[in-house]
Design a protein around this ligand. Structure first.
Ligand SMILES: *[C@@H]1O[C@H](CO)[C@@H](O)[C@H](O)[C@H]1NC(C)=O
Ligand SMILES: *[C@@H]1O[C@H](CO)[C@@H](O)[C@H](O)[C@H]1NC(C)=O
Ligand SMILES: *[C@@H]1O[C@H](CO)[C@@H](O)[C@H](O)[C@H]1NC(C)=O
Ligand SMILES: *[C@@H]1O[C@H](CO)[C@@H](O)[C@H](O)[C@H]1NC(C)=O
Ligand SMILES: *[C@@H]1O[C@H](CO)[C@@H](O)[C@H](O)[C@H]1NC(C)=O
Ligand SMILES: *[C@@H]1O[C@H](CO)[C@@H](O)[C@H](O)[C@H]1NC(C)=O
Ligand SMILES: *[C@@H]1O[C@H](CO)[C@@H](O)[C@H](O)[C@H]1NC(C)=O
Length: 479
Protein backbone atom coordinates (compact mmCIF):
# COMPACT_ATOMS: atom_id res chain seq x y z
CA UNK A 1 0.00 0.00 0.00
CA UNK A 2 1.27 3.47 -0.84
CA UNK A 3 1.25 6.10 1.81
CA UNK A 4 -1.76 8.34 1.21
CA UNK A 5 0.20 11.54 0.71
CA UNK A 6 1.73 10.10 -2.45
CA UNK A 7 -1.54 9.76 -4.27
CA UNK A 8 -1.56 13.41 -5.24
CA UNK A 9 1.90 13.09 -6.74
CA UNK A 10 0.90 9.99 -8.56
CA UNK A 11 -2.13 11.66 -10.02
CA UNK A 12 0.03 14.51 -11.31
CA UNK A 13 2.60 12.48 -13.23
CA UNK A 14 2.16 10.01 -16.03
CA UNK A 15 1.87 6.43 -14.81
CA UNK A 16 2.92 5.69 -11.27
CA UNK A 17 6.21 7.52 -11.13
CA UNK A 18 7.03 9.83 -8.29
CA UNK A 19 9.77 12.27 -9.08
CA UNK A 20 11.98 13.53 -6.29
CA UNK A 21 14.88 15.56 -7.65
CA UNK A 22 16.91 13.19 -9.81
CA UNK A 23 15.16 10.14 -8.38
CA UNK A 24 12.20 8.50 -10.03
CA UNK A 25 10.34 6.19 -7.65
CA UNK A 26 8.27 3.58 -9.42
CA UNK A 27 5.27 2.06 -7.65
CA UNK A 28 3.45 -0.95 -9.02
CA UNK A 29 0.01 -0.31 -10.38
CA UNK A 30 -1.40 -3.04 -8.24
CA UNK A 31 -0.53 -1.08 -5.12
CA UNK A 32 -3.20 1.47 -6.03
CA UNK A 33 -6.81 0.88 -5.22
CA UNK A 34 -9.11 0.41 -8.19
CA UNK A 35 -6.28 -0.16 -10.65
CA UNK A 36 -7.46 -1.37 -14.07
CA UNK A 37 -5.81 -4.06 -16.16
CA UNK A 38 -2.24 -4.04 -15.03
CA UNK A 39 0.80 -3.37 -17.13
CA UNK A 40 3.60 -1.41 -15.51
CA UNK A 41 5.54 -0.95 -18.74
CA UNK A 42 4.25 2.58 -19.55
CA UNK A 43 5.31 3.88 -16.13
CA UNK A 44 8.66 2.07 -16.38
CA UNK A 45 9.32 3.89 -19.66
CA UNK A 46 8.26 7.14 -18.04
CA UNK A 47 10.72 6.66 -15.17
CA UNK A 48 13.60 5.86 -17.51
CA UNK A 49 12.84 8.82 -19.73
CA UNK A 50 12.80 11.17 -16.72
CA UNK A 51 15.70 9.74 -14.72
CA UNK A 52 17.75 7.61 -17.16
CA UNK A 53 20.35 10.34 -17.54
CA UNK A 54 22.16 11.47 -14.38
CA UNK A 55 19.45 10.07 -12.17
CA UNK A 56 18.10 7.07 -10.35
CA UNK A 57 15.22 4.81 -11.28
CA UNK A 58 13.94 3.07 -8.16
CA UNK A 59 11.51 0.19 -8.43
CA UNK A 60 9.90 0.19 -5.01
CA UNK A 61 8.55 -2.95 -3.34
CA UNK A 62 5.70 -4.94 -4.80
CA UNK A 63 5.04 -6.74 -8.07
CA UNK A 64 5.51 -4.96 -11.38
CA UNK A 65 3.65 -6.55 -14.28
CA UNK A 66 5.78 -6.55 -17.40
CA UNK A 67 3.44 -7.35 -20.25
CA UNK A 68 5.41 -5.75 -23.07
CA UNK A 69 9.00 -5.58 -24.25
CA UNK A 70 11.31 -3.03 -22.68
CA UNK A 71 13.98 -1.15 -24.58
CA UNK A 72 15.91 1.10 -22.23
CA UNK A 73 19.19 1.69 -24.02
CA UNK A 74 21.39 4.74 -24.17
CA UNK A 75 21.27 5.40 -20.41
CA UNK A 76 23.99 7.57 -18.95
CA UNK A 77 25.25 7.99 -15.37
CA UNK A 78 22.24 6.20 -14.06
CA UNK A 79 21.49 3.88 -11.13
CA UNK A 80 18.60 1.48 -11.35
CA UNK A 81 17.49 0.03 -8.04
CA UNK A 82 15.20 -2.96 -7.90
CA UNK A 83 13.41 -3.62 -4.62
CA UNK A 84 10.30 -5.28 -6.00
CA UNK A 85 9.57 -8.16 -8.33
CA UNK A 86 9.35 -7.88 -12.11
CA UNK A 87 6.75 -10.39 -13.20
CA UNK A 88 6.89 -11.07 -16.94
CA UNK A 89 3.59 -12.11 -18.48
CA UNK A 90 3.12 -15.63 -19.77
CA UNK A 91 1.41 -14.40 -22.93
CA UNK A 92 3.52 -16.60 -25.20
CA UNK A 93 2.01 -15.46 -28.53
CA UNK A 94 2.72 -11.82 -27.59
CA UNK A 95 6.37 -12.49 -26.76
CA UNK A 96 6.98 -14.72 -29.78
CA UNK A 97 5.72 -11.92 -32.01
CA UNK A 98 7.27 -8.94 -30.21
CA UNK A 99 10.48 -9.83 -28.38
CA UNK A 100 13.39 -7.65 -29.49
CA UNK A 101 15.89 -9.13 -31.92
CA UNK A 102 19.46 -9.47 -30.65
CA UNK A 103 20.97 -10.63 -33.98
CA UNK A 104 22.97 -13.48 -32.49
CA UNK A 105 21.50 -16.84 -33.51
CA UNK A 106 18.25 -15.07 -34.31
CA UNK A 107 17.61 -14.77 -30.59
CA UNK A 108 15.30 -12.25 -28.97
CA UNK A 109 15.00 -10.52 -25.64
CA UNK A 110 12.25 -9.24 -23.35
CA UNK A 111 14.37 -6.33 -22.12
CA UNK A 112 17.16 -4.61 -23.99
CA UNK A 113 19.10 -2.57 -21.46
CA UNK A 114 22.26 -0.50 -21.82
CA UNK A 115 24.25 2.62 -21.31
CA UNK A 116 27.40 4.15 -19.95
CA UNK A 117 28.30 4.39 -16.28
CA UNK A 118 25.23 2.52 -15.23
CA UNK A 119 24.54 0.41 -12.17
CA UNK A 120 21.65 -2.00 -11.88
CA UNK A 121 21.38 -2.89 -8.22
CA UNK A 122 19.03 -5.38 -6.65
CA UNK A 123 17.91 -4.57 -3.13
CA UNK A 124 15.89 -7.71 -2.63
CA UNK A 125 14.64 -7.34 -6.21
CA UNK A 126 13.93 -10.20 -8.56
CA UNK A 127 12.91 -11.15 -12.07
CA UNK A 128 10.18 -13.73 -12.43
CA UNK A 129 10.01 -14.95 -16.04
CA UNK A 130 6.95 -17.14 -15.60
CA UNK A 131 9.26 -19.75 -17.06
CA UNK A 132 7.13 -22.83 -16.51
CA UNK A 133 4.76 -21.69 -19.27
CA UNK A 134 7.76 -21.54 -21.60
CA UNK A 135 9.28 -24.86 -20.53
CA UNK A 136 5.95 -26.56 -21.15
CA UNK A 137 5.36 -24.81 -24.47
CA UNK A 138 8.91 -25.33 -25.71
CA UNK A 139 8.92 -29.12 -25.16
CA UNK A 140 12.69 -29.40 -24.89
CA UNK A 141 13.32 -27.87 -28.31
CA UNK A 142 16.41 -25.70 -28.47
CA UNK A 143 16.65 -21.99 -29.23
CA UNK A 144 13.12 -21.14 -30.29
CA UNK A 145 13.23 -17.75 -32.03
CA UNK A 146 11.16 -15.25 -30.07
CA UNK A 147 11.48 -17.09 -26.77
CA UNK A 148 12.98 -14.16 -24.92
CA UNK A 149 16.23 -13.75 -23.03
CA UNK A 150 15.16 -12.18 -19.71
CA UNK A 151 17.52 -9.21 -20.04
CA UNK A 152 20.20 -8.31 -22.58
CA UNK A 153 22.88 -5.80 -21.68
CA UNK A 154 23.68 -4.07 -24.94
CA UNK A 155 26.09 -1.43 -26.07
CA UNK A 156 27.19 -0.76 -22.51
CA UNK A 157 30.37 0.56 -20.99
CA UNK A 158 31.14 0.63 -17.28
CA UNK A 159 28.10 -1.33 -16.27
CA UNK A 160 27.68 -2.99 -12.87
CA UNK A 161 24.84 -5.41 -12.22
CA UNK A 162 24.71 -6.44 -8.59
CA UNK A 163 22.39 -8.43 -6.37
CA UNK A 164 19.63 -9.62 -8.71
CA UNK A 165 17.66 -12.87 -8.48
CA UNK A 166 16.21 -14.52 -11.55
CA UNK A 167 13.44 -17.00 -10.85
CA UNK A 168 12.00 -19.21 -13.61
CA UNK A 169 13.56 -17.33 -16.55
CA UNK A 170 11.79 -17.62 -19.88
CA UNK A 171 14.97 -18.60 -21.79
CA UNK A 172 18.59 -17.48 -21.30
CA UNK A 173 18.79 -15.33 -18.20
CA UNK A 174 21.28 -12.75 -19.46
CA UNK A 175 23.30 -11.87 -22.54
CA UNK A 176 26.08 -9.29 -22.60
CA UNK A 177 26.27 -8.00 -26.16
CA UNK A 178 28.64 -5.45 -27.69
CA UNK A 179 29.69 -4.20 -24.30
CA UNK A 180 32.86 -3.63 -22.35
CA UNK A 181 33.88 -3.22 -18.73
CA UNK A 182 30.89 -5.03 -17.33
CA UNK A 183 30.68 -6.65 -13.89
CA UNK A 184 27.84 -8.89 -12.82
CA UNK A 185 28.06 -9.98 -9.21
CA UNK A 186 25.91 -11.56 -6.50
CA UNK A 187 23.47 -13.09 -8.96
CA UNK A 188 21.05 -15.88 -8.11
CA UNK A 189 19.41 -17.98 -10.83
CA UNK A 190 16.87 -20.71 -10.34
CA UNK A 191 15.14 -22.47 -13.23
CA UNK A 192 13.24 -25.65 -12.60
CA UNK A 193 10.53 -27.45 -14.53
CA UNK A 194 7.70 -29.14 -12.71
CA UNK A 195 6.45 -31.17 -15.65
CA UNK A 196 8.12 -33.76 -17.86
CA UNK A 197 9.73 -31.05 -20.00
CA UNK A 198 13.13 -29.79 -18.97
CA UNK A 199 14.19 -26.17 -18.78
CA UNK A 200 16.59 -26.24 -21.74
CA UNK A 201 18.23 -22.98 -22.80
CA UNK A 202 18.03 -21.36 -19.39
CA UNK A 203 21.71 -20.36 -19.62
CA UNK A 204 22.78 -18.18 -16.70
CA UNK A 205 25.27 -15.75 -18.28
CA UNK A 206 26.31 -15.36 -21.92
CA UNK A 207 28.74 -12.98 -23.61
CA UNK A 208 28.96 -12.11 -27.29
CA UNK A 209 31.14 -9.47 -28.96
CA UNK A 210 32.18 -8.13 -25.56
CA UNK A 211 35.36 -7.57 -23.61
CA UNK A 212 36.50 -7.10 -20.03
CA UNK A 213 33.57 -8.81 -18.36
CA UNK A 214 33.60 -10.14 -14.78
CA UNK A 215 31.10 -12.58 -13.32
CA UNK A 216 31.46 -13.19 -9.61
CA UNK A 217 29.50 -14.70 -6.74
CA UNK A 218 26.81 -16.43 -8.76
CA UNK A 219 24.58 -19.31 -7.83
CA UNK A 220 22.95 -20.96 -10.84
CA UNK A 221 20.52 -23.86 -10.80
CA UNK A 222 19.30 -24.36 -14.35
CA UNK A 223 18.95 -26.64 -17.35
CA UNK A 224 21.74 -25.43 -19.62
CA UNK A 225 25.09 -23.66 -19.61
CA UNK A 226 25.92 -21.95 -16.33
CA UNK A 227 28.06 -19.23 -17.89
CA UNK A 228 28.82 -19.43 -21.60
CA UNK A 229 31.50 -17.32 -23.24
CA UNK A 230 30.43 -17.06 -26.85
CA UNK A 231 31.98 -15.59 -29.99
CA UNK A 232 34.23 -12.54 -29.95
CA UNK A 233 34.62 -12.38 -26.21
CA UNK A 234 37.93 -11.51 -24.61
CA UNK A 235 39.31 -10.82 -21.14
CA UNK A 236 36.51 -12.60 -19.36
CA UNK A 237 36.87 -13.40 -15.66
CA UNK A 238 34.53 -15.77 -13.85
CA UNK A 239 35.01 -16.29 -10.11
CA UNK A 240 33.18 -17.97 -7.26
CA UNK A 241 30.25 -19.48 -9.09
CA UNK A 242 28.19 -22.50 -8.08
CA UNK A 243 26.52 -24.36 -10.93
CA UNK A 244 23.85 -26.95 -10.19
CA UNK A 245 22.16 -29.36 -12.59
CA UNK A 246 22.89 -27.61 -15.91
CA UNK A 247 25.90 -27.92 -18.19
CA UNK A 248 28.61 -26.11 -16.23
CA UNK A 249 31.15 -23.63 -17.54
CA UNK A 250 31.32 -23.21 -21.25
CA UNK A 251 33.21 -21.69 -24.12
CA UNK A 252 30.87 -21.65 -27.09
CA UNK A 253 29.30 -22.66 -29.07
CA UNK A 254 31.53 -20.89 -31.60
CA UNK A 255 32.18 -21.29 -35.32
CA UNK A 256 28.57 -21.10 -36.36
CA UNK A 257 28.74 -18.61 -39.23
CA UNK A 258 31.08 -18.98 -42.24
CA UNK A 259 31.07 -15.20 -42.84
CA UNK A 260 31.72 -14.14 -39.23
CA UNK A 261 34.79 -15.57 -37.55
CA UNK A 262 34.73 -15.97 -33.78
CA UNK A 263 37.65 -14.97 -31.58
CA UNK A 264 37.64 -15.98 -27.93
CA UNK A 265 40.71 -15.08 -25.92
CA UNK A 266 41.94 -14.72 -22.35
CA UNK A 267 39.28 -16.34 -20.25
CA UNK A 268 39.74 -17.44 -16.64
CA UNK A 269 37.22 -19.44 -14.62
CA UNK A 270 38.25 -19.95 -10.99
CA UNK A 271 36.87 -21.12 -7.66
CA UNK A 272 33.95 -22.93 -9.23
CA UNK A 273 31.63 -25.44 -7.56
CA UNK A 274 29.83 -27.92 -9.80
CA UNK A 275 27.02 -30.22 -8.66
CA UNK A 276 25.01 -32.80 -10.65
CA UNK A 277 25.71 -31.34 -14.08
CA UNK A 278 26.26 -32.73 -17.57
CA UNK A 279 29.64 -31.05 -18.18
CA UNK A 280 31.76 -29.07 -15.72
CA UNK A 281 34.20 -27.19 -17.97
CA UNK A 282 34.00 -27.57 -21.73
CA UNK A 283 34.60 -26.02 -25.11
CA UNK A 284 32.17 -26.55 -27.95
CA UNK A 285 32.51 -25.55 -31.57
CA UNK A 286 30.36 -26.14 -34.60
CA UNK A 287 31.40 -28.64 -37.24
CA UNK A 288 33.33 -27.74 -40.38
CA UNK A 289 30.48 -27.71 -42.87
CA UNK A 290 27.32 -25.60 -42.61
CA UNK A 291 24.32 -27.77 -41.92
CA UNK A 292 20.71 -27.33 -41.07
CA UNK A 293 20.14 -28.16 -37.52
CA UNK A 294 16.62 -27.52 -36.43
CA UNK A 295 17.67 -28.18 -32.84
CA UNK A 296 19.64 -24.96 -32.71
CA UNK A 297 17.96 -22.00 -34.33
CA UNK A 298 18.68 -21.78 -38.01
CA UNK A 299 21.59 -24.20 -37.93
CA UNK A 300 25.16 -23.39 -38.71
CA UNK A 301 28.72 -24.58 -38.89
CA UNK A 302 31.68 -23.81 -41.10
CA UNK A 303 32.72 -20.72 -39.15
CA UNK A 304 36.43 -20.05 -38.60
CA UNK A 305 38.21 -18.47 -35.67
CA UNK A 306 40.17 -19.23 -32.55
CA UNK A 307 39.72 -20.10 -28.91
CA UNK A 308 42.96 -19.24 -27.12
CA UNK A 309 44.23 -18.88 -23.57
CA UNK A 310 41.45 -20.31 -21.43
CA UNK A 311 42.02 -21.56 -17.88
CA UNK A 312 39.62 -23.53 -15.71
CA UNK A 313 41.09 -23.66 -12.21
CA UNK A 314 40.08 -24.58 -8.68
CA UNK A 315 37.03 -26.60 -9.63
CA UNK A 316 35.23 -28.67 -7.04
CA UNK A 317 33.11 -31.10 -9.04
CA UNK A 318 30.53 -33.58 -7.83
CA UNK A 319 28.61 -35.95 -10.09
CA UNK A 320 29.29 -34.42 -13.48
CA UNK A 321 28.53 -36.73 -16.42
CA UNK A 322 31.39 -35.53 -18.62
CA UNK A 323 33.43 -33.10 -16.56
CA UNK A 324 35.94 -32.03 -19.21
CA UNK A 325 35.22 -31.90 -22.91
CA UNK A 326 36.36 -30.37 -26.15
CA UNK A 327 34.04 -31.12 -29.04
CA UNK A 328 34.46 -29.61 -32.47
CA UNK A 329 31.10 -30.77 -33.79
CA UNK A 330 28.83 -30.26 -30.84
CA UNK A 331 25.56 -30.39 -32.73
CA UNK A 332 26.29 -33.32 -35.01
CA UNK A 333 27.66 -36.76 -34.52
CA UNK A 334 29.18 -36.75 -37.96
CA UNK A 335 32.85 -37.43 -37.43
CA UNK A 336 34.14 -36.05 -40.71
CA UNK A 337 32.57 -32.67 -40.16
CA UNK A 338 34.01 -32.69 -36.70
CA UNK A 339 37.53 -33.21 -37.99
CA UNK A 340 37.11 -30.43 -40.52
CA UNK A 341 36.01 -27.79 -38.00
CA UNK A 342 37.65 -24.47 -38.90
CA UNK A 343 38.06 -23.36 -35.28
CA UNK A 344 41.60 -23.49 -33.86
CA UNK A 345 41.76 -24.19 -30.15
CA UNK A 346 44.99 -23.63 -28.20
CA UNK A 347 46.44 -22.82 -24.76
CA UNK A 348 43.76 -24.41 -22.62
CA UNK A 349 44.49 -25.44 -19.02
CA UNK A 350 42.45 -27.36 -16.46
CA UNK A 351 44.16 -26.93 -13.08
CA UNK A 352 43.29 -28.06 -9.53
CA UNK A 353 40.28 -29.76 -10.92
CA UNK A 354 38.93 -32.31 -8.47
CA UNK A 355 35.93 -34.40 -7.65
CA UNK A 356 33.64 -37.02 -9.06
CA UNK A 357 32.21 -38.00 -12.42
CA UNK A 358 28.80 -39.65 -12.81
CA UNK A 359 30.24 -42.30 -15.16
CA UNK A 360 33.73 -43.64 -15.66
CA UNK A 361 34.83 -40.75 -17.84
CA UNK A 362 36.73 -37.68 -16.70
CA UNK A 363 37.47 -36.13 -20.06
CA UNK A 364 36.90 -36.38 -23.77
CA UNK A 365 39.00 -34.06 -25.89
CA UNK A 366 38.72 -34.43 -29.63
CA UNK A 367 40.35 -31.59 -31.48
CA UNK A 368 39.68 -31.34 -35.22
CA UNK A 369 42.18 -33.43 -37.20
CA UNK A 370 42.61 -30.39 -39.46
CA UNK A 371 43.49 -28.19 -36.46
CA UNK A 372 45.22 -30.24 -33.74
CA UNK A 373 45.32 -28.32 -30.44
CA UNK A 374 48.68 -27.15 -29.08
CA UNK A 375 49.31 -26.29 -25.43
CA UNK A 376 46.53 -28.26 -23.81
CA UNK A 377 47.39 -28.94 -20.16
CA UNK A 378 46.03 -30.84 -17.19
CA UNK A 379 47.65 -29.82 -13.90
CA UNK A 380 46.48 -31.60 -10.82
CA UNK A 381 43.31 -32.99 -12.38
CA UNK A 382 41.85 -35.71 -10.19
CA UNK A 383 38.43 -37.09 -11.08
CA UNK A 384 37.01 -40.44 -9.98
CA UNK A 385 33.67 -41.94 -10.82
CA UNK A 386 31.20 -41.48 -8.02
CA UNK A 387 30.52 -45.22 -7.88
CA UNK A 388 34.21 -45.93 -7.45
CA UNK A 389 34.41 -43.55 -4.51
CA UNK A 390 31.43 -45.29 -2.92
CA UNK A 391 32.63 -48.83 -3.57
CA UNK A 392 29.74 -49.47 -5.96
CA UNK A 393 30.04 -51.39 -9.23
CA UNK A 394 30.30 -49.78 -12.67
CA UNK A 395 27.65 -51.02 -15.06
CA UNK A 396 27.84 -51.72 -18.81
CA UNK A 397 31.60 -51.47 -18.98
CA UNK A 398 34.63 -53.72 -18.96
CA UNK A 399 36.94 -50.84 -17.98
CA UNK A 400 38.23 -50.60 -14.42
CA UNK A 401 39.87 -47.21 -14.72
CA UNK A 402 38.78 -43.61 -15.20
CA UNK A 403 38.76 -42.75 -18.90
CA UNK A 404 40.62 -39.76 -20.34
CA UNK A 405 39.90 -39.73 -24.07
CA UNK A 406 42.28 -37.86 -26.35
CA UNK A 407 42.54 -37.13 -30.05
CA UNK A 408 44.58 -34.63 -32.04
CA UNK A 409 46.17 -32.96 -29.04
CA UNK A 410 49.70 -31.80 -29.82
CA UNK A 411 52.13 -33.40 -27.34
CA UNK A 412 49.34 -35.37 -25.78
CA UNK A 413 51.67 -38.12 -24.64
CA UNK A 414 54.51 -35.86 -23.56
CA UNK A 415 53.92 -32.47 -21.98
CA UNK A 416 50.10 -32.25 -21.80
CA UNK A 417 49.90 -33.93 -18.42
CA UNK A 418 46.78 -35.79 -19.56
CA UNK A 419 46.63 -39.48 -18.77
CA UNK A 420 45.32 -40.25 -22.29
CA UNK A 421 44.09 -43.83 -22.05
CA UNK A 422 41.45 -44.06 -24.77
CA UNK A 423 40.95 -42.60 -28.23
CA UNK A 424 38.38 -39.80 -28.22
CA UNK A 425 35.78 -40.62 -30.85
CA UNK A 426 34.99 -37.82 -33.26
CA UNK A 427 31.27 -38.22 -32.91
CA UNK A 428 30.74 -37.75 -29.21
CA UNK A 429 27.47 -36.10 -28.37
CA UNK A 430 27.18 -33.43 -25.68
CA UNK A 431 24.96 -35.77 -23.70
CA UNK A 432 26.38 -38.78 -21.91
CA UNK A 433 24.17 -41.33 -20.25
CA UNK A 434 26.33 -44.32 -19.41
CA UNK A 435 29.79 -45.61 -18.73
CA UNK A 436 32.34 -45.91 -21.53
CA UNK A 437 33.53 -49.42 -22.48
CA UNK A 438 36.77 -50.44 -24.17
CA UNK A 439 35.01 -50.84 -27.52
CA UNK A 440 34.05 -47.16 -27.29
CA UNK A 441 30.93 -45.35 -26.39
CA UNK A 442 27.48 -45.76 -27.80
CA UNK A 443 25.22 -42.88 -26.89
CA UNK A 444 22.05 -44.90 -26.54
CA UNK A 445 20.97 -48.32 -27.48
CA UNK A 446 17.81 -46.99 -29.05
CA UNK A 447 15.68 -49.53 -30.95
CA UNK A 448 16.73 -47.81 -34.20
CA UNK A 449 20.40 -48.11 -33.34
CA UNK A 450 19.96 -51.70 -32.22
CA UNK A 451 18.20 -52.47 -35.50
CA UNK A 452 21.03 -50.82 -37.46
CA UNK A 453 23.58 -52.77 -35.46
CA UNK A 454 21.65 -56.03 -36.01
CA UNK A 455 21.57 -55.30 -39.73
CA UNK A 456 25.32 -54.71 -39.79
CA UNK A 457 25.88 -57.99 -37.94
CA UNK A 458 23.54 -59.74 -40.33
CA UNK A 459 25.46 -58.41 -43.36
CA UNK A 460 28.76 -59.35 -41.76
CA UNK A 461 27.52 -62.87 -41.07
CA UNK A 462 26.12 -63.09 -44.59
CA UNK A 463 29.53 -61.98 -45.94
CA UNK A 464 31.32 -64.59 -43.89
CA UNK A 465 28.87 -67.30 -44.96
CA UNK A 466 29.40 -66.25 -48.56
CA UNK A 467 33.17 -66.39 -48.11
CA UNK A 468 33.07 -69.80 -46.45
CA UNK A 469 30.79 -71.06 -49.19
CA UNK A 470 33.30 -69.82 -51.75
CA UNK A 471 36.17 -71.47 -49.94
CA UNK A 472 34.24 -74.70 -49.74
CA UNK A 473 33.00 -74.87 -53.29
CA UNK A 474 35.93 -73.14 -54.96
CA UNK A 475 38.00 -76.34 -55.29
CA UNK A 476 35.12 -77.95 -57.12
CA UNK A 477 34.45 -75.25 -59.62
CA UNK A 478 38.03 -75.11 -60.85
CA UNK A 479 38.03 -75.83 -64.54
C1 LIG B 1 15.72 0.53 -28.86
O1 LIG B 1 15.58 1.89 -28.73
C2 LIG B 1 16.54 2.66 -29.45
C3 LIG B 1 16.41 4.12 -29.05
O2 LIG B 1 15.10 4.50 -29.08
C4 LIG B 1 16.32 2.44 -30.92
O3 LIG B 1 17.24 3.17 -31.68
C5 LIG B 1 16.50 0.96 -31.20
O4 LIG B 1 16.23 0.68 -32.56
C6 LIG B 1 15.59 0.13 -30.32
N1 LIG B 1 15.98 -1.26 -30.48
C7 LIG B 1 15.12 -2.23 -30.78
C8 LIG B 1 15.69 -3.59 -30.95
O5 LIG B 1 13.94 -2.01 -30.91
C1 LIG C 1 30.73 -16.67 -3.22
O1 LIG C 1 29.44 -16.40 -3.72
C2 LIG C 1 28.42 -16.64 -2.78
C3 LIG C 1 27.09 -16.38 -3.48
O2 LIG C 1 26.83 -17.39 -4.44
C4 LIG C 1 28.60 -15.76 -1.56
O3 LIG C 1 27.60 -16.09 -0.61
C5 LIG C 1 29.97 -15.98 -0.97
O4 LIG C 1 30.18 -15.07 0.06
C6 LIG C 1 31.03 -15.76 -2.04
N1 LIG C 1 32.34 -16.11 -1.50
C7 LIG C 1 33.43 -15.42 -1.77
C8 LIG C 1 34.68 -15.94 -1.16
O5 LIG C 1 33.43 -14.44 -2.47
C1 LIG D 1 34.16 -10.95 -34.60
O1 LIG D 1 35.11 -9.94 -34.79
C2 LIG D 1 35.71 -10.01 -36.08
C3 LIG D 1 36.87 -9.05 -36.13
O2 LIG D 1 36.59 -7.87 -35.46
C4 LIG D 1 34.65 -9.71 -37.13
O3 LIG D 1 35.20 -9.80 -38.41
C5 LIG D 1 33.57 -10.76 -37.00
O4 LIG D 1 32.52 -10.50 -37.88
C6 LIG D 1 33.02 -10.83 -35.59
N1 LIG D 1 32.22 -12.03 -35.47
C7 LIG D 1 30.96 -12.00 -35.10
C8 LIG D 1 30.29 -13.33 -34.97
O5 LIG D 1 30.37 -10.96 -34.88
C1 LIG E 1 45.89 -15.19 -20.75
O1 LIG E 1 44.73 -14.72 -20.09
C2 LIG E 1 44.98 -14.17 -18.81
C3 LIG E 1 43.66 -13.77 -18.23
O2 LIG E 1 42.91 -14.90 -17.98
C4 LIG E 1 45.89 -12.97 -18.93
O3 LIG E 1 46.20 -12.49 -17.64
C5 LIG E 1 47.16 -13.37 -19.64
O4 LIG E 1 47.95 -12.22 -19.87
C6 LIG E 1 46.85 -14.02 -20.98
N1 LIG E 1 48.07 -14.53 -21.56
C7 LIG E 1 48.37 -14.35 -22.84
C8 LIG E 1 49.65 -14.95 -23.29
O5 LIG E 1 47.66 -13.73 -23.61
C1 LIG F 1 26.40 -47.23 -9.71
O1 LIG F 1 25.98 -48.21 -8.82
C2 LIG F 1 24.58 -48.40 -8.77
C3 LIG F 1 24.26 -49.35 -7.64
O2 LIG F 1 24.89 -50.58 -7.84
C4 LIG F 1 24.11 -48.90 -10.13
O3 LIG F 1 22.70 -49.06 -10.11
C5 LIG F 1 24.48 -47.88 -11.20
O4 LIG F 1 24.13 -48.32 -12.49
C6 LIG F 1 25.97 -47.60 -11.15
N1 LIG F 1 26.28 -46.50 -12.06
C7 LIG F 1 27.20 -46.55 -12.96
C8 LIG F 1 27.33 -45.32 -13.80
O5 LIG F 1 27.92 -47.49 -13.17
C1 LIG G 1 49.98 -41.73 -27.41
O1 LIG G 1 50.21 -42.98 -26.81
C2 LIG G 1 49.29 -43.98 -27.19
C3 LIG G 1 49.52 -45.20 -26.31
O2 LIG G 1 50.83 -45.28 -25.88
C4 LIG G 1 49.47 -44.27 -28.67
O3 LIG G 1 48.55 -45.28 -29.07
C5 LIG G 1 49.16 -42.98 -29.42
O4 LIG G 1 49.38 -43.19 -30.81
C6 LIG G 1 50.05 -41.87 -28.94
N1 LIG G 1 49.57 -40.66 -29.55
C7 LIG G 1 50.37 -39.72 -30.03
C8 LIG G 1 49.71 -38.53 -30.66
O5 LIG G 1 51.58 -39.79 -30.01
C1 LIG H 1 30.67 -43.11 -33.05
O1 LIG H 1 31.47 -43.88 -33.91
C2 LIG H 1 31.76 -45.18 -33.38
C3 LIG H 1 32.81 -45.82 -34.27
O2 LIG H 1 32.59 -45.52 -35.62
C4 LIG H 1 30.45 -45.96 -33.30
O3 LIG H 1 30.69 -47.26 -32.79
C5 LIG H 1 29.51 -45.21 -32.35
O4 LIG H 1 28.27 -45.82 -32.30
C6 LIG H 1 29.32 -43.76 -32.80
N1 LIG H 1 28.65 -43.02 -31.74
C7 LIG H 1 27.58 -42.31 -31.97
C8 LIG H 1 27.07 -41.54 -30.80
O5 LIG H 1 27.03 -42.28 -33.04
Amino acid sequence: MLPLFLFTFVALVAGYVVRDGNDCHLYPEESLPGAGPMDDVPSIYEAFSQCGHSGRVIFEEGTFHVNQVLNTTGLKDCDVILKGELLFSADIPYWLANSLWVVYQNQHTAWLFGGENVRFIGQGGSFNGNGQAWYTQNQNRANQPGRPIAITFYNSKNLVVDGLSFIQPQFWVTLIWESEDVTMRNIYVSAHSDDHNGCVNTDGGNTWNSRRVTFENWFVRNGDDCIAVKGNSSDIYVRNVTCVSGNGMTIGSVGEYPKFPDYVENVLFEDITIRDTMQAAYIKTWQGQPADHSGNGAGGGGGAGIVRNVTFRNFDVENSALPIQISQCIYTEDGQNCDSSRMQISEITWENFKGTSRYNIASSIHCAAGHPCPDIYFKNVDIKSINETRGLPLTHTDLRYEVYQCANIVNQNTTSGIKCNLWAPNNFSQLVHRNVASHGYRETDSPRKRAKFALRVFHKVADVVQEVKHMLIAPFIRT
